[in-house]
Structures are given as structure tokens and as C-alpha cells.
Design a protein around this ligand. Structure first.
Ligand SMILES: *Cc1c(COP(=O)(O)O)cnc(C)c1O
Length: 377
């Protein structure tokens, strides 16, 4: 990656990764299985507090396997947060199902539990419940899991947690991603820890994980010859990349502190500006501040978020608007949205600032200076 550009959330190698990679080469475990894969799964379980895990080629693959295991199929409805990345939704369509989008609440920017409860209640009255709920934990902050889990249990609808952005966050002492039937994590290059690309599916349900493991390796039946009685995928993580993950996992806590320090700096330096606000830290846990996200009220600030983004871009600094809600995406036009105003306002005004755990203090200062320059009121 070009070194002069300031990225939103670039990879940050710790120095611990090489030893695992070299060991894989020395022992010729250059394969989509091996000791690093097994150890990464085990170490990850300990970090997040899950019983079982399967390491996969991406977070999207993890979500797909969770839906597949739960039997989501053609014509099935799945409720999902509207404020998210499309990867939270695409696997529903891979399975032939369809999404219904639920708006955010303002405490955490994540799924509004009251809207979810209303929707489930209404579906129950109509006599057709959704097949699953996908709850997204955005930007390093947990959603309000308890009321969401309670209403899902009330109606017997399985809860899948998309914790791709939330490794290192907490919810009442637990890790988001470990309360539902299954949780997914991502190790894409821009996440809090990375394997260049990769993901993890976790669950306390042993049958779910062993089925996912089978599906991820072309669904081979236990037989000496190649035999298949269901459709599988090639979704396993390589032993080399799992080695990177093991090295990254060792420094997770340091990286969270570094990202939270970025946030603290930005807040210190920018919160006096009119019209600038920060993504709140909900009272139920720790926000990892995977990304620092601000909102800009153009009427008070004198410039909108796009003006600020372009001012940063002109200095070769990457900033990004908040996720464009799924119910506004051309590809998902025609699916129902329950509410949507909160997510739409966050998209209109929200801007993600450079937040890497390796962000240089000088670059952070440049960001602050440019944002302050845009303030014309
Ligand atoms: C990154 C991300 C994913 C997908 O993870 P990949 O490993 O890139 O497939 C899913 N959901 C959310 C919210 C994400 O940010």
C-alpha cells in the first residue's frame, strides 16, 4: 500500500505473525488446514468466550454458512439491520431468501429493539415468522443485545450476530457475537485485526460448527472415497493466513487501546466545533472505536460531510461516509424497510475518520487541522 496516503484503517502487523508463517513453511503445512488453523480457532474461542469456532475464508462465508445451517431457503424472510455493509445482507440472497430492513436507534446506531419487537409481533399475527434475525454490531460497538435476544426467543426466531466490526467490544462483560445461535467475525484487511482476508464463525452449538466445517470443505461425507450428499463450498482459511491471525490476536488489546486513543484525541480536538458530534458509547459496554465516526450538522458547522471528506481527500487522507443504508441501495430496492430515518440521517451526516491502530500522531493532527479549516461558522 502506498505509504504517503493516510488510510481509514490499514493493516497493522505486530511482528508476531512471521514466526507462525515460517513454522507453517518449515513443516510444509501450506494448506487450508493445519496446526495454525486449529490453534487460531481455539485461541479465538478463548478471546471471545465462545465454545466452538471454525476459521473461514471471509466473514461473508461465515454468515452464509450460518444461514445455510439454519435452513434459510427460497421465499424465507430474514430481518437485518439496515445500517450496515452489504455483506450482512448478500448471503440471505445467496440462499434465495429476502431481507427486511430494521432501522437503528440513536444510543448505539445499531438495530432498534422496539422496531424489531413490533415487526416480530406483526409477523406472528400474520402467521408467518421470519426464519432468522441478523443483528449487526457497527463500527466497534455492540447493539443492545438483551432485549433483541429476548424478543427473538419469545418468537422462537434464531439470532445471528454479525460482529465483523466488533471484535474487542463488550456488552455487559460479554463479547458481541456470542449471545445468539451463531456469531461471525471478519479479518479483512481493514478490520481491527487482519489475516489479509478471513473470517470466523463461532457458536456454543457443536452441531452447528461441525456442520459448517463440513460445508466449508465441499461437504465431504465421512468416507475414504469422495462422497457428497449435500452441496458444499470451498470456504476454509489457509494455515498460512491462520498464522497471521494468531500473531494478530496477541496484540488485540493493544490495538483496541490505540484506536480508543485515536477517538479520545479527535474528541478532545474537535468537540468544541459547532455541529460536530461523535458516535456515542452506549452505557452497556466498551466501544472498541474500530472507527472514529463523527456527524456533521451542515447548518451549524457551515460545511457538510462531503465537503469535509473532499478536503481530506485533497490532502491524500481517506475518510468515508457512514454506510449507505441497505434500504437505499439500488440492489435492495423493493424490499421492506421498518423505519429508516435514523439510518438515513446518519448516512447524510456521518463521516468515518482515519482510525488505524498504527495511525501516526502527525497524521491525526493533519486530520484535525483540515476538519477545523472546513468550519466556516
Ligand atoms: C467486513 C464486514 C463483513 C464481511 O466480512 P468479510 O470478511 O469482508 O467477508 C460483514 N459485515 C460487516 C458489518 C462488515 O463490516
Amino acid at each position: 500500500m502506498a505509504t504517503d496516503r493516510v488510510y481509514l484503517s490499514p493493516p497493522h502487523m505486530s511482528g508476531h505473525e512471521q514466526a507462525y508463517i515460517q513454522e507453517a513453511f518449515a513443516t510444509n503445512w501450506v494448506a487450508p488446514l493445519g496446526p495454525n488453523v486449529d490453534a487460531f480457532e481455539q485461541e479465538f474461542c478463548e478471546v471471545v468466550g465462545a465454545r466452538y469456532a471454525v476459521a473461514l475464508s471471509s466473514g461473508t462465508a461465515a454468515l452464509h454458512l450460518a444461514l445455510r445451517h439454519l435452513g434459510i431457503g427460497p421465499g424465507d424472510e430474514v430481518l437485518v439491520s439496515t445500517l450496515t455493509f452489504s455483506a450482512s445482507v448478500n448471503p440471505i440472497l445467496y440462499q434465495g431468501g429476502y431481507p427486511t430492513f430494521i432501522d437503528s436507534e440513536t444510543d448505539s446506531w445499531n438495530m432498534n429493539p422496539a422496531l424489531l419487537a413490533e415487526t416480530l409481533h406483526q409477523r406472528a399475527q400474520q402467521g408467518k415468522l421470519p426464519k432468522a434475525v441478523i443483528l449487526v454490531h457497527l463500527y466497534g460497538q455492540s447493539a443492545d443485545i438483551d432485549p433483541i435476544l429476548a424478543v427473538c426467543q419469545q418468537y422462537g426466531v434464531p439470532l445471528i450476530e454479525d460482529a465483523a466490526e466488533a471484535l474487542g467490544a463488550t456488552y455487559k462483560g460479554k463479547t458481541p457475537g456470542t449471545s445468539g445461535i451463531a456469531g461471525i467475525f471478519s479479518f479483512n484487511g481493514n478490520k481491527i485485526i487482519t489475516t489479509s482476508g478471513g473470517g470466523m464463525l463461532v457458536s456454543d452449538d457443536e452441531a452447528l460448527i461441525s456442520h459448517a466445517r463440513k460445508l466449508a470443505t465441499q461437504a465431504r461425507d465421512p468416507a475414504p472415497h469422495y462422497q457428497h450428499s449435500e452441496i458444499g463450498y470451498n470456504y476454509r482459511l489457509s494455515n498460512i493466513l491462520a498464522g497471521i491471525g494468531r500473531g494478530q490476536l496477541q496484540v488485540l488489546e493493544d490495538y483496541i487501546l490505540a484506536r480508543r486513543a485515536n477517538f479520545a484525541y479527535y474528541r478532545e480536538e474537535l468537540s468544541d466545533l459547532p455541529g460536530i458530534a461523535f458516535m456515542p458509547e452506549a452505557p452497556w459496554g466498551r466501544h472498541s472505536r474500530w472507527l472514529t465516526v463523527i456527524t456533521i450538522d451542515p447548518a451549524q458547522f457551515g460545511a457538510d460531510r462531503e465537503t469535509v471528506r473532499l478536503a481530506l481527500e485533497a490532502e491524500n487522507i481517506e475518510a468515508r461516509p457512514v454506510w449507505k443504508p441497505m434500504h437505499l441501495q439500488p440492489i435492495f430496492a423493493g424490499y421492506e424497510a421498518v423505519g429508516g430515518d435514523v439510518a438515513e440521517t446518519l448516512f447524510a451526516n456521518g463521516l468515518c475518520l482515519p482510525s488505524g491502530s498504527n495511525l501516526h500522531p502527525k497524521d491525526r493532527e493533519r486530520v484535525v487541522k483540515i476538519v477545523r479549516c472546513c468550519n466556516t461558522i
